[in-house]
Design a protein around this ligand. Structure first.
Ligand code: ASP
Ligand code: MG
Length: 416
């Protein structure tokens, strides 16, 4: 008998039929004798609908009232789930975040969980009840309802699993696990049996949206075994493990666990800027002051030692603004010229295997050059190599790298 925290996302509870299907699934676990804490998101689209209502009242809704509003989506699903379980003869009780003892700070719409009082939940579990908890929400010191940021139900689930010392936190979603890359781009992508937390963090921050990043960080901090699996079909999903794992035999050559890509960036270059101390902060200071997040930063070594080029990337949405700042506040002082390109994509290889193996970067560059893809920028970390290329090549790059690094599914033969 095990204690599982099981989280079901928006599409998994998106209709009455889906809620019935979740109740069937959970009933089976109960019949096997497991204790279950169920965490649910709002029905798919509901949180957006609620935010839309608030925006009809005024452009900047009051933060406290907005949390009061958007937290209602989850109350709908937890109560319906508890009803559906009871209808199957399974004892169940639904709770808001506050009732479940989830206390947060007061940062509305991005609150952080501070403590969880598990006493009531523990009593209910001991009494054989399925405890159904509204995800995404908590309560501050003064009893205000708070929410944890978009996608926050994942964090609720992991936090409850940590507090209750659950055997596993299972995130049920509309995909059957974490893939080597996006299957919509690469038909040979395969589900990973396991992935390390570190790799998952890289993949999550690189734009694969399976889990809210904070939930993965939380799982690492509190050592929560975390599994991503499909709510629509049975299967083992992907287990996210803390430690480096032995590479499965068939993937011995796969030093890379996954390939992430992001077409939502743009790059800016200040050409011919003085190569003296303080220039980087003169360029990036005004950008930071405007709350624009910078991703990659590359400064060329100058041949003459006097002037150089300085390049960085920002989200596409910030491109025009960043360009204007450079033109109006930076080159007016430093001289030089601003150039930019928003038709770019970042493609990244991620794998803990990189630590112990060399030659991955050169193989990546070779693979891309064979396809005639020009590399505009490169950046690396211990377990990641990212390149910036022209956006039109992103799919070709992902597919060819997927093949070159031995990630293709074995059961699909080469395309003609
Ligand atoms: N319902 C919230 C959202 O849409 C929380 C979640 O789904 O995890 O962001
Ligand atoms: Mg989600």
């Amino acid at each position: 008998m095990a204690l599982y925290v099981q989280k079901f996302g928006g599409t998994s509870v998106g209709s009455i039929e889906r809620i019935q299907a979740v109740a069937d699934k959970v009933s089976k676990f109960r019949e096997q004798g497991h204790q279950i804490v169920l965490v649910a998101s709002a029905m798919s689209g509901e949180t957006n609908r609620l935010i839309g209502l608030a925006e009809q009242i005024g452009e900047e809704p009051d933060a406290r009232e907005l949390d009061m509003l958007v937290s209602t989506g989850e109350q709908v699903t937890v109560s319906l789930l508890a009803m559906a379980l009871k209808a199957r003869g399974i004892d169940a009780i639904s709770h808001t975040g506050a009732q479940a003892g989830i206390c947060t700070d007061t940062a509305f719409s991005r609150a952080r969980i501070q403590t969880i009082d598990t006493e009531l939940m523990q009593q209910e579990l001991a009494a054989g009840q399925v405890v159904v908890v509204a995800g995404f929400q908590g309560v501050d010191e003064r009893g205000n309802i708070t929410t944890l940021g978009r996608g926050g139900s994942d964090t609720t689930a992991v936090a409850l699993a940590a507090a209750l010392k659950a055997d596993e936190c299972q995130i049920y979603t509309d995909v059957d696990g974490v893939y080597t890359t996006d299957p919509r781009v690469c038909s040979k992508a395969q589900r990973l049996e396991t992935i390390t937390l570190e790799e998952m963090l890289e993949l999550a921050s690189l734009g694969s949206k399976v889990l809210q990043i904070r939930s993965v960080e939380f799982a690492g901090k509190y050592n929560v075994p975390l599994r991503v699996l499909s709510s629509f079909e049975d299967g083992p999903g992907t287990l996210i493990v803390a430690e480096e794992y032995e590479l499965p035999q068939h993937m011995e050559e796969a030093l890379i666990s996954g390939i992430a890509f992001n077409t939502n960036e743009a790059k800016l270059t200040v050409l011919d800027t003085p190569d003296v101390p303080g220039v980087a902060s003169k360029i990036l200071g005004p950008i930071a002051d405007a709350n624009i997040e910078v991703d990659m930063i590359i400064q060329n070594a100058s041949a003459s030692g006097e002037r150089t080029d300085f390049t960085f990337t920002v989200a596409k949405g910030d491109y025009k603004k960043a360009q204007r700042i450079l033109e109006e506040q930076v080159i007016s002082e430093l001289g030089g010229e601003v150039k930019g390109d928003s038709d770019i994509a970042k493609v990244s290889l991620v794998g803990v295997g990189m630590r112990s193996h060399s030659g991955i970067a050169s193989k990546m560059f070779q693979t891309l050059s064979k396809e005639g893809i020009n590399i505009r920028l490169v950046s690396t970390s211990e377990i990641k190599i990212s390149v910036v290329i022209d956006e039109k090549f992103v799919e070709l790059a992902v597919r060819s790298l997927h093949t070159a690094f031995g990630l293709d599914r074995a059961d699909i033969s080469e395309e003609a």
